[in-house]
Design a protein around this ligand. Sequence first.
Ligand SMILES: [Zn+2]
Length: 610
Amino acid sequence: MILVRQSVAQSILPPVPEWKGESELLIANPGNPWVTPTEKSGFITTPGYNETMNWFKKLAAASPLISMVSIGKSPDGREIFMMIVSAEKTITATALKKSSKPLLLVQAGIHPGEIDGKDAGMMLLRDIAFGGKKDLLQRVNLLFIPILNVDGHERTSPYNRPNQRGPENMGWRTNAQNLNLNRDYAKLDTREIRAVIKVINEYEPDLYMDIHVTDGADYQYDITFGGLEGQGHSKGISHWLATTFKRQADNDLKANGHIPGPLLFSANDIDFSKGNVLIMGDPRFSDAYADLRHLAAVLVENHSLKPFKQRVLGTYVLLESTMKLLATKGKSLIEVTKADKAKRETTLPMKWKVPQMSSAASFETQVNVLNKDTGATAPDSLILLGVESRIVKSAVTNASYPKWTGRKVTMTIANYKGTEGIAFVTRPKAYYLPASCYDVIERLQIHGIKMEILDQPREVSVEMYRIRDAKFSNGDGRVLPFEGHIQVTGTTQPESHQQTFAAGSAFISTDQPLGDLAMILLEPGSPDSYFQWGFFHSIFQRTEYIEYYVMEPMAKKMLEASPALQKEFEEKKAQDKKFANDQNAILTWFYSKTKFYDDRYLLYPVARVL
Ligand SMILES: [Zn+2]
């Protein structure tokens, strides 16, 4: 292995513009007893897990406004701590939930290499406790998780994120199980995300902020953030985020010398010549999950090419701005949230797409077609504070790649948004999950979905799906695990059933605020359903068989008894040569038409009450 020193990798990064801002005044001087380890290092390094938690322990011991609780343990046994920052007399989950003050939940270090939120939070909590910012708590309460992925945070190295300007010691993206926590919100495999969901259910925050650092293209912005801008399942909340929240955050950041921008994902994965695409993610992501459960969420993506100090200070400004906003406008957020929670849409989209594009082909191909004036509706546009790039020919691969020159350019680009719902499913009154699906039942309970557990067997008329054309893969046609799962898709064929559910089975009404979430987790057409994550693979196994010496004479008798079957058989053989030459396929075909055949084969066991 050839080691490229981190400082060398950093010198390869595109040029960084000189930056000065009002927010630099937030940095404590070295004589301050509560100077953070990061400030002390001049924003070169970030403290490890132990140093961070010891610092917080001392702060909590010294200030009545701050307490520290463990919300769970990581796979490697580290406590995941949360700071409760509040001027309330009683500081329990119940008290904070009942308080009339809006509650902000801020989470840092879900991807520990992207740690800006932790360091910004340390500075802000210090200033609330001892730096004259106590008043922030007059009308708001704050929950702060400094490091969510604590194990990944300790897999530290200067080589973890080559596209990022500091700190020198960066954590690792995935947890100790090599799982990406920001793909786990729907399926809930990890202790870390289970801990966060427990916090959301117990404290019921009004706004949830998840802080990251993004690489990808170069642009002028140092901090990008957003809600889902009119996309998704909580229209009132997303409108509030795109207007009320964005206005104040942008103003405060600009006043402090920062350059706030929208979430950016280049359509061609290279530069912004083909526009920006804001796709509505599935609820495996924090922001899309929160949207589905009608909780306002802001995804923060600082720009990796900006220096660590600038990113931390921008995050601090955004956190303080959010607290001030909730103090004055929190009531309006609570109102729109209530309205979104009360809605019961009669049909729900399982997926979202960009209206100008088919969901099949790659964005780049489609963008190229769209640019040739296909008559499709034009996307929104966006004024981008960009950076000039040139496509240069590679001396290594002979292909081309973008080189960022550092020269500022302002350009108007297409802005595609995944606002169109597709694959709609009618909302059932309720679902039944058989007692045998206890693992899924338990996960739904962790989500906070209300349910009745049957204390005696119940016979009911339900609709169930037979799964057809199942495909086990991960999109590129190969069967490979994704986040530890072999995923599956299939088509659903509804059937009416009279079914008895044993004691211990779950009855889940969709007439509840988390009814949309229940649908997205239980409908097999949803990409983040437990079905597609592979929790029901055993329905694809046939477990009882019939011998040829029984099936041969039986098939003969069946043909003699039914001319219609004879006709169907001849036609099938004529149409399907492979079938006609496959003894096993033929006898299985006859078997499937007998009463001996397993009627639960390919039957998805979750039932819908219509
Ligand atoms: Zn991230």
